[in-house]
Write a protein that binds this ligand. Structure first.
Ligand code: DAK
Length: 257
């Protein structure tokens, strides 16, 4: 395993994945994407991992797909690289994934942040979908996820001009969950992950599933999915423990069953 993606365990139940190509502003070459997909697939199966933080360094979360790697590609090579399958693997992680964004989150980097469930951004973070500047369009979900997050007119402005926007603008548009002082980004993301890590994992997983699947469904189907997921949890031990602990005025002990 190369060190292009570092794996750390900063707290019980929490894994931090750090993109580690500082010399290229954390541009996402194929190797980085494969490693992210592999790690997230494995962590999705690992019962000791309850929440994941995805981050870069203070200069760059990720400056997009690796332009130098893509510059000479033809259509067939682009297709054969199967980057879309790696995106699916990342977006398909059943555990909560929190993006801790410092510096640039551009193009595929912005798209990567948008596949996460919560985005914590440092106040000088810069977001954008600048693909149009280099003759392509967002290809990792940007035209859809940005539009669904912020609405057509703001998404169009940024996708059609390639202009960057600040963390505060992103927050005002509803693209990020929290903006914090730059030095606190990683710590805040880890705190949120710790908070989630002690919760009953089945409830956390089904909550994530209901939100994501519901976003793609008509309201009536989404509500039906929510009800069924909620009902399913009544056969978990953690539901019994959580409610009993509340009534007995004590801390619950969740086991994930
Ligand atoms: N790719 C490759 N190298 C990059 C890079 C990138 N995206 N971003 C930066 N670098 C490299 C620079 O080339 C430079 O390398 P050296 O010259 O030192 O060898 C080094 O990182 C430092 O960069 P700068 O000198 O430019 O650093 P600054 O701090 O001055 O500027 C910057 C940082 C992030 C503002 C700037 O580097 C920049 O504008 N970078 C490009 C941002 C960008 O255009 N991103 C979008 C890329 S396109 C697809 C799915 C998805 C995609 C495509 C297809 N399919 C399913 C088919 C996604 C496309 C994209 O993301």
């Amino acid at each position: 395993m190369t060190d292009l993606v570092l794996l750390e365990r900063p707290a019980e139940g929490v894994v931090l994945l750090r993109i580690n190509r500082p010399e290229a502003r954390n541009a996402l070459n194929l190797e980085v994407r494969k490693l992210l997909a592999k790690h997230l697939a494995e962590l999705g199966e690992d019962t000791t991992t309850r929440a994941i933080v995805l981050t870069g360094n203070e200069k760059s979360f990720a400056a997009g797909a690796d332009i130098k790697e893509m510059a000479g590609l033809g259509t067939i090579e682009a297709l054969q690289r199967g980057v879309h399958k790696l995106w699916r693997a990342i977006a398909g992680c059943p555990k909560p994934v929190i993006a801790a964004v410092s510096g640039y989150a551009l193009g595929g980097g912005c798209e990567l942040a948008m596949t996460c469930d919560i985005i914590v951004a440092g106040e000088s973070a810069r977001f954008g979908q600048p693909e149009v500047n280099i003759g392509i369009i967002p290809g990792g979900g940007g035209t859809q996820r940005l539009t669904r997050a912020v609405g057509k007119y703001k998404a169009m402005k940024y996708i059609l001009t390639g202009e960057m926007f600040s963390a505060n603008e992103a927050f005002d548009m509803g693209l990020v969950s929290e903006v914090v002082p730059d030095p606190e980004v990683e710590g805040r993301a880890i705190d949120l992950a710790r908070q989630i890590a002690v919760l009953p994992p089945l409830a956390v997983q089904l909550a994530k599933e209901a939100v994501l699947a519901g976003m793609e469904a008509p309201l009536s189907s989404a509500l039906a999915l929510e009800v069924k997921s909620s009902q399913i949890l009544f056969s978990s031990q953690d539901q019994k423990e959580g409610m009993r602990a509340f009534i007995e005025k004590r801390k619950p002990r969740f086991t994930g069953h």
